[in-house]
Design a protein. Structure first.
Lengths: 467, 215, 254
């Protein structure tokens, strides 16, 4: 059993996990459907969003150059990192130069991807996760299981227990409201006391040199305004040409993620505090991270660089909704994770991800920037097959089947022999157990075949008719 | 150029060996911009301030709102809100000259904002009808934290500064250096992080009250 | 077309050929009702989807070339499966992108190929006449047919004309049943969890019959329903439309 299948088994055995997954993803799908339903122009907007992202990716060098120049003009310091490790070193270096004891962090999937939480802790810097879900995850010592709802795998009951054990004066924790209020009280002073605030970015605005964050809670602004230093870690693919394009992308992103039209807080951060401003950081650093983006470009995965990280693909994925995010064993789970992870961390180790997919196409259908996820997932299967990672048993079976499929006469002959034997295992029409069919019959009955093949029955009838 | 930057650019060049000219890129971008209008939600049919008021009170945004004839009526409206919600008659007032010039007698005014400030009163730069969004630009008379620290945020906005669509706002500032923060505020703070259930007042304000000023 | 009936090749698919020939005979019956001249090319095996979805592109191309040659010369090729039809219509042309000669042939075949239910509805505007089936039924939309070929309204419109048949909506009818071809045997645990939810939704409709347009998905759902002791019986929609609903359902002995 592969490590993936081991994680799948424990996930499927966890009834609480399934309750938690259903509660959030069911709500998310319902709300997205309502928001898209109320926007008849969605199909056109989606094509525009796709084309904007493709335009940026096709001219990545141009827009990165433009972004950097404009950011510097506003007083930002721009850093470049080839790898996650390099990005972490830059961030830790800035924190150390600022003598930072405490760092607040606003949720960023790139931060998770590059291992920033760990890097900060290893450097002895107190890390305060401020997004409610990331706060829950931090208290639990776990990793996110969804890119929009990192604590999706936790039920309210489990969150209540966690807060009771870790919060100062949590009070009653019977309702979700009480839990949210307890987190608000417990994090309040930490926002104001932090030396450095770290955020990600949903968009980089090339023509202003600014970055955009999208949150519901207001934690991004409370993370990035009070401290002396604001550091942004962001992937180089997050560019849009201008604020105008950001508006199209926001319409697509937010409806697809939470079903709202805009999140409560959409903030464009451009440069450090200005003369006369009463608040805001004195230093504003932007760390532009490659960490496999140019590799994806080289591997024919340019379409994946459109991704807005909305999470709609996983909310609609039948596999994700059974096994949850942790089973994938990667930073990014679900359909988008099944495309990104093999590129970032290797197809050999993560060959199960593209394979554990029914290719039903719903992910591609809901993607707000029309990423052909099933095609890209199947592309990884092709690479895995070519590189010889198909497990021996299924490879042998497939090659034998292919050999027969290319020889119709032999194929019919073999089929009819097999069909003659199968009813031996049947009881009143159904096969509950049969050699070599365990993959099917462990959970399902197999209908016994109706005599010989269609082709042989058809031929026999026609012979009769001809007589 | 740093090594990292040079290597990233070299890697991009490898996959995209023939970059387009700036002119071609600008043309392609202009063609994309021509496609924006038909994709906007077709809902700003009436006067922008009316659409805005309806939008901010819609279930998705769920702010409370009222209209006043002119800014002189703001202190009375604030006093009514404070008393109706049993809040202390002490407010953090955004240091905007339009607000400071008003008669706030009957309310205790301060200009610093506390971490757990119960009520703050501010003036938005404008609003966006399409989404029911308030827009703030950080500047000396508009500190960012005023929109994030209070539990109740009362915001005045002039009817004449309501833009119909998101792009009407961006068009107004094209070519200008943006302030440090542009904050779009669409309803009170909320979170769906526990089981997808929406709860207000996660870190930012739990209540947002919008006062549309007609003149 | 009445004066000059099209020559139609019936490509039954490997699953129908082996597991449920009755779907093939139902398809023949339907095609004859619209006066097609139907031929069943004896050289057919499989569309190649198992190879394609396992990443064996070279193998798929070999099978595709065999089918492209086999099916040349027919006015239409009709397939009683959205999934297999989509492989021929959508995937064959993609597979030969860098081979202009075969690409042209693949595109030509794609243009002549139809999924059975949409063919009967969209090309012929056909409706069943005098077909009785006094049962309640629910319909599952198989994913490839639904998303690649837009098969959704057509089977329902035709089934609405079956006398006595009461259709009941299925919650999540457009959500995958967990079959996924080789997926269901490579990851049986996950597949089982998915089809378990689907079976619960089917049972919740209270319908007597489960109908669909793809035998793979139907066998998956019917197999799960039967294992769990459900009384719901499953048919390919073509069987009901061809008046074969009084015969054995999937898994019932003849």
């Amino acid at each position: 059993m592969s490590a993936f299948q081991g994680r799948v088994s424990s996930a499927l055995a966890d009834a609480t996990l399934k309750i938690a997954i259903d509660r959030t993803t069911n709500t998310a799908r319902t709300k997205r459907a309502a928001a898209i339903g109320a926007w008849p122009e969605f199909a056109e907007a989606r094509e525009l969003g796709r084309d904007i992202k493709d335009h940026v990716i096709a001219n990545l060098e141009y827009y990165l150059t433009q972004f950097e120049a404009n950011a510097i003009k506003t007083g930002a310091k721009v850093h470049w990192a080839r790898t996650g490790q390099e990005a972490c070193e830059i961030v830790v270096g800035i924190c150390k130069a600022a003598n930072a004891k405490s760092v607040t962090r606003s949720k960023s999937m790139l931060g998770e991807e590059i291992g920033l939480p760990h890097a900060l802790e290893a450097a002895g810097i107190e890390r305060v996760e401020t997004d409610l879900a990331e706060h829950i995850i931090q208290l639990a010592g776990e990793k996110p299981s969804h890119i929009i709802w990192p604590a999706l795998h936790k039920t309210r009951e489990q969150v209540g227990e966690l807060f009771r054990a870790n919060h100062t004066d949590p009070g009653a924790l019977a309702s979700v409201e009480q839990m949210v209020n307890s987190a608000r009280r417990n994090l309040r002073e930490k926002f104001m006391a932090a030396d450095v605030g770290i955020s990600g970015a949903n968009f980089l605005i090339a023509d202003t040199g600014g970055i955009c964050t999208v949150t519901n809670e207001g934690n991004a602004e409370l993370t990035t305004t009070p401290p002396r230093v604001h550091i942004v870690t962001v992937g180089i693919e997050k560019l849009v040409p201008s604020m105008t394009e950001a508006m199209t992308m926001l319409r697509l992103l937010v409806r697809s993620a939470t079903g709202a039209e805009l999140t409560q807080y959409t903030t464009f951060h451009t440069g450090p505090k200005r003369p006369g401003d009463l608040d805001g950081p004195e230093e504003f650093h932007i760390v532009l991270v490659d960490a496999g983006r140019t590799k994806m470009l080289a591997e024919g995965l340019a379409e994946m660089l459109r991704c807005l990280r909305c999470g709609a693909c996983m909310n609609h994925c039948v596999v994700f909704r059974q096994i949850g995010g942790h089973a994938y064993g990667s930073t990014y789970p679900g359909p988008m994770g099944s495309v990104i992870t093999p590129s970032q961390d290797g197809i050999e180790q993560f060959q199960d991800l593209p394979r554990a997919c029914t290719l039903n196409g719903q992910c591609g259908e809901v993607c707000p920037v029309a990423i052909p996820l099933p095609k890209l997932i199947r592309g990884w299967r092709t690479k895995a097959w070519v590189q010889g990672y198909e497990p021996a048993i299924s490879k042998t079976a497939l090659l034998l089947w292919r050999f027969l499929a290319l020889r119709p006469g032999l194929y019919q002959f073999a089929s009819n022999i097999a069909l003659r034997f199968m009813p031996i295992f049947a009881r009143s029409g159904w096969i509950a157990k049969m050699p070599l069919a365990g993959g099917w019959t462990t959970y399902r009955d197999l209908p016994s075949p109706q005599g010989g093949t269609f082709l042989s029955q058809y031929k026999a009838k026609h012979r009769k008719a001809a007589k | 150029m740093s090594n990292a930057k040079a290597e990233i650019f070299a890697a991009i060049r490898k996959s995209l060996p023939s970059p387009s000219s700036a002119t071609n890129i600008a043309e392609a971008l202009a063609a994309l911009r021509n496609r924006v209008n038909p994709t906007r939600p077709d809902r700003v049919n009436g006067a922008p301030d009316e659409v805005f008021l309806a939008r901010v009170q819609s279930p998705g945004v769920a702010a409370s709102a009222e209209r006043i004839a002119n800014l002189d009526n703001l202190p009375a409206a604030v006093a009514r809100y404070v008393s109706k919600n049993n809040l202390p008659p002490s407010i953090a007032l955004q240091p905007h000259p339009d607000l400071q010039g008003l008669n706030w007698s009957g309310l205790h005014i301060h200009h610093d904002i506390a971490t757990d400030e119960p009520v703050a009163v501010g003036l938005a730069l404008g609003g966006i009808a399409e989404t029911g969004t308030l827009v703030f630009h950080s500047q000396p008379h508009s500190p960012t934290l005023f929109a994030f620290l209070p539990l109740h945020h009362i915001v005045a906005v002039y009817a004449e500064t309501i833009w119909p669509w998101l792009e009407d706002y961006t068009a107004e500032f094209v070519g200008q250096t943006p302030p440090r923060n542009i904050n779009f505020v669409t309803g009170a703070s909320g979170t769906t992080d526990i089981e997808g259930t929406l709860v207000r007042g996660a870190h930012g304000p739990g209540w947002l009250h919008i006062i549309l000023v007609e003149q | 077309m009445k004066n000059n009936p099209p020559r139609v090749a019936l490509f039954v698919t490997c699953l129908v050929d082996a597991m449920r020939p009755q779907v093939g005979f139902a398809a023949l019956a339907l095609l004859e009702q619209v006066n097609c001249t139907v031929d069943v090319p004896m050289g057919q095996t499989c569309c190649g989807q198992p190879a394609l979805n396992s990443g064996d592109q070279d193998g798929t191309r070999q099978i595709a070339r065999q089918n492209i040659e086999l099916l040349a010369g027919y006015d239409h090729v009709v397939v009683p499966s959205g999934s297999c039809a989509a492989t021929i219509i959508k995937d064959y042309p993609d597979l030969f992108e860098s081979d202009p000669a075969w690409h042209a042939k693949a595109v030509n075949l794609a243009g002549r190929t139809h999924e059975l239910l949409s063919y009967m509805n969209d090309v012929w505007g056909w409706r069943p006449k005098g077909v009785d089936c006094a049962e309640t039924a629910t319909y599952h939309d198989s994913c490839s047919g639904l998303r690649s070929l837009n098969v959704q309204a057509q089977p329902r419109q035709m089934l609405a004309a079956v006398t006595g048949l009461e259709m009941r909506p299925l919650e999540g009818a457009n959500v995958c049943c967990g079959f996924g071809g080789t997926f269901c045997v490579k990851y049986p645990d996950i597949s089982n969890a998915i089809v378990g939810e689907k079976a619960a939704a089917i049972n919740a409709t209270g319908a007597d019959l489960l109908l669909g347009g793809d035998l793979g998905c139907l066998m998956n759902m019917a197999g799960k329903l039967h294992r769990d002791g459900s009384k719901v019986r499953a048919f390919h929609a073509a069987e009901i439309l061809a008046g074969m609903g009084n015969g054995p359902a999937i898994g019932e002995p003849a």
